[in-house]
Design a binder for this molecule. Structure first.
Ligand SMILES: Cc1cc2nc3c(=O)[nH]c(=O)nc-3n(C[C@H](O)[C@H](O)[C@H](O)COP(=O)(O)OP(=O)(O)OC[C@H]3O[C@@H](n4cnc5c(N)ncnc54)[C@H](O)[C@@H]3O)c2cc1C
Length: 597
């Protein structure tokens, strides 16, 4: 059942307490509640997602930021961005406010996770079944440009519906015709701009159709796929919202009452990279050098990278009404009315972009993984330094550095003693020369790609679509000017990871906060399951990796608590569209954990 006040909860004692109903937390809570003999409590600071159009309507996704469903965090000033500061408070967490892109990352990424942690279970081969347990691909129903042999096969039959577009966006065929031409170029350095059918198939170098988390033109999230079906169908899961976890205590307001709940088996911390790091620090788990006498467990510094992002704009001749809808409430409301009537919209593309990854230097890091990403957007992506122009139509290419070397940190401000004050967030964006050079390469790759000719013809300009570069980018022609442009305009993609990372086998685990089974070191009964456990950042958008981690973590928790998936009390939630597949039967007797509150 769903509660809005912790005082109304029917019990203070549960088997498992899942702290947060975000991307990972919703999935873990749902999986644990499959054993109907176990009582689960989920505590979430944010609000109910039901009926929130910014969460439900795909073309409103970019509008959810800076609203009541966003934590509205601000970083400390970033030296790499000329001293600028850059900026899910809802069921589903970040999966409810993200931009829908569904990218798992490369096989090399997961194999690297396995080699770092010494746990083969994190490797690509092992993680495949967890990925397939999360998502189900809905093929396009009437997009003739995607042929049957171009339908990706990497998804499974999970509760999260993932969509492949029913229609092309305006730049699509320009992009794909160019990529298909360049992959057989006589120039080796251009062949990496190839066409890739399945961006989740393990090798993520190339340009491909982007999969998005949506069904019938409605966003799908961890809450819609996992949490709501569990809450609706099971009596053994309670959930309280509007309630912030402070450490092991909860409160509805600063200075308010702090009821205590106990878990006889485990507490699962899934507050996301920032929230988890903050709660661990406030619970006395962190570097002794920072926490001093408040230290309960001395754990390494909370490191935290995020992908740098930079938008480049071109004036185009286009019918895309996305910019018009952002400028004109009448256009927006007409589009919304059409969406309500038909769950679709003919004037605004429901998904704005197709992801595409290209490798900066295939031999330097991991051969199946890119260093940079170019995302083609059918419209203008406004942000703090790029306000939406009053008129005009645009194509944007979002450049991202996805295998970065800068590492930031999350620390407690000296004045803060609770989660009602945000921690110091420092991603150290563009803080290394490698990251700057990689972004520079991405900018040049974007320029090279749109000016390439296939069979002597430029695909972007041949029908008058692409006209000219727009804004400061148009005058950034030397490397020094491009670097100045990126320092003035770069941001991040909101993909921070690693603040409670798994320790490496090489260090005997001493460089991490959790072990490879995600148990917090030195604490019994406390586990972390969210983006914070990833010791390296995926070369992809991070949601799919987080869902997949949550599925494996659910198995680990069940195993360690002797929960068998095959017991009579086991009950996968029947979802309206796609049933949860049953968990695997490879259970062994786990050991019990003791109380955490
Ligand atoms: C604007 C935005 C766009 C993005 N776009 C994409 C995209 O297109 N594709 C993609 O793959 N990834 C995207 N991401 C990243 C991806 O969504 C995240 O990496 C992933 O969802 C993180 O999952 P998580 O479980 O670690 O954390 P979250 O999903 O953020 O969950 C954390 C939860 O903890 C709650 N919480 C935090 N602190 C407390 C507290 N003290 N007490 C109680 N509750 C608390 C939060 O409210 C939240 O519900 C985007 C992220 C953002 C923010």
């Amino acid at each position: 059942a769903l509660f809005t006040n912790p005082a109304d909860l029917p019990s203070k004692n549960y088997d498992f307490i899942v702290i947060e109903a975000g991307t990972a937390g919703s999935a873990v809570a749902s999986r644990l509640s499959e054993d109907l003999t176990k009582k689960i409590l989920v505590i979430e600071a944010g609000v109910d997602d039901t009926g929130n159009l910014n969460v439900e309507v795909p073309f409103f996704a970019p509008l959810a930021g800076r609203t009541a469903v966003d934590w509205n965090y601000m970083t400390v000033t970033q030296q790499g961005l000329n001293g600028r500061s850059i900026t899910g408070f809802v069921l589903g967490g970040s999966s409810a406010i993200n931009f829908l892109e569904w990218t798992l990352g490369s096989q090399d990424y997961y194999n690297k996770l396995a080699s770092i942690t010494g746990d083969l279970g994190w490797g690509w081969a092992s993680m495949q079944r967890f990925f397939k347990r999360v998502s189900k691909l809905l093929p396009p129903t009437d997009n003739p440009t995607i042929t049957p042999n171009e339908i990706p096969t990497s998804n499974g039959n999970g509760p999260l519906d993932v969509n492949l577009s029913n229609f092309d966006l305006e730049p699509d065929q320009h992009v794909f015709t160019t990529a298909k031409g360049l992959q057989s170029s006589a120039h080796a350095h251009l062949r990496r701009f190839k066409y890739t059918i399945d961006m989740n198939g393990g090798n993520t170098i190339g340009f491909g159709y982007n999969q998005v988390t949506a069904r019938d033109d409605v966003c799908t999230t961890s809450a819609t796929a996992y949490l709501h079906p569990a809450l609706q169908n099971r009596q053994n899961i309670d959930m309280v919202i509007n309630t912030r976890v402070t450490s092991v205590e909860v409160a509805t307001s600063k200075g308010g009452a702090k009821p205590t709940f106990t878990a006889s088996k485990e507490v699962i911390l899934s507050a996301g990279t920032i929230g988890t790091a903050q709660i661990l620090l406030l619970s006395g788990i962190g570097p002794q050098a920072d926490l001093g006498s408040k230290t309960i467990v001395n754990a390494p510094q909370q490191k935290c990278p995020d992908h740098p992002l930079l938008s480049l704009f071109w004036n185009v001749s286009s019918n895309c009404a996305y910019g018009d809808a952002l400028r004109d409430p009448a256009v927006q409301s007409a589009a919304l009315n059409e969406w309500f009537a038909t769950e679709g919209c003919s004037v605004i593309p429901l998904s704005m972009c197709w992801a595409s990854c290209v490798s900066l230097n295939p031999s330097s890091l991991r051969p199946n993984a890119p260093n940079t990403e170019l995302i083609f957007v059918d419209g203008f992506v406004p942000d703090a330094t790029n306000p939406l122009p009053a008129t005009g139509h645009f194509m944007s290419i979002i450049c991202a550095v996805v295998s970065l070397t800068s590492v930031g940190s999350i620390t407690l401000p000296s004045t803060s003693s609770d989660t009602f004050t945000q921690p110091n967030i420092d991603y150290n964006v563009l803080g290394t020369d490698f990251d700057v050079q990689a972004m520079l390469q991405a900018m040049k790759d974007a320029e090279t790609f749109v000016s390439s000719k296939i069979g002597g013809v430029n695909q972007f300009t041949k029908d008058g679509y692409l006209r000219s570069e727009f804004g400061d980018f148009a005058s950034a022609k030397t490397d020094a000017q491009r670097i100045a442009f990126m320092r003035a305009h770069a941001d991040t993609i909101h993909h921070p990871v690693g603040s409670a990372r798994m320790g490496s086998a090489a260090s005997g685990g001493s460089d991490g906060a959790v072990d490879s089974r995600l148990r917090v070191k030195g604490v019994k009964g406390l586990r972390v399951v969210d983006a914070s456990v990833l010791p390296i950042i995926p070369e992809a958008h991070t949601a799919a990796a987080v869902f997949t981690v949550a599925e494996r973590a659910s198995d680990l928790i069940k195993q360690d608590n002797g929960i068998s998936s095959g017991s009579p009390s086991h009950s996968p939630v029947p979802s309206a569209h796609s049933p949860l597949p049953p968990p695997p039967s490879n259970q062994h007797n786990g050991h019990g954990h003791h109380e955490e509150s």
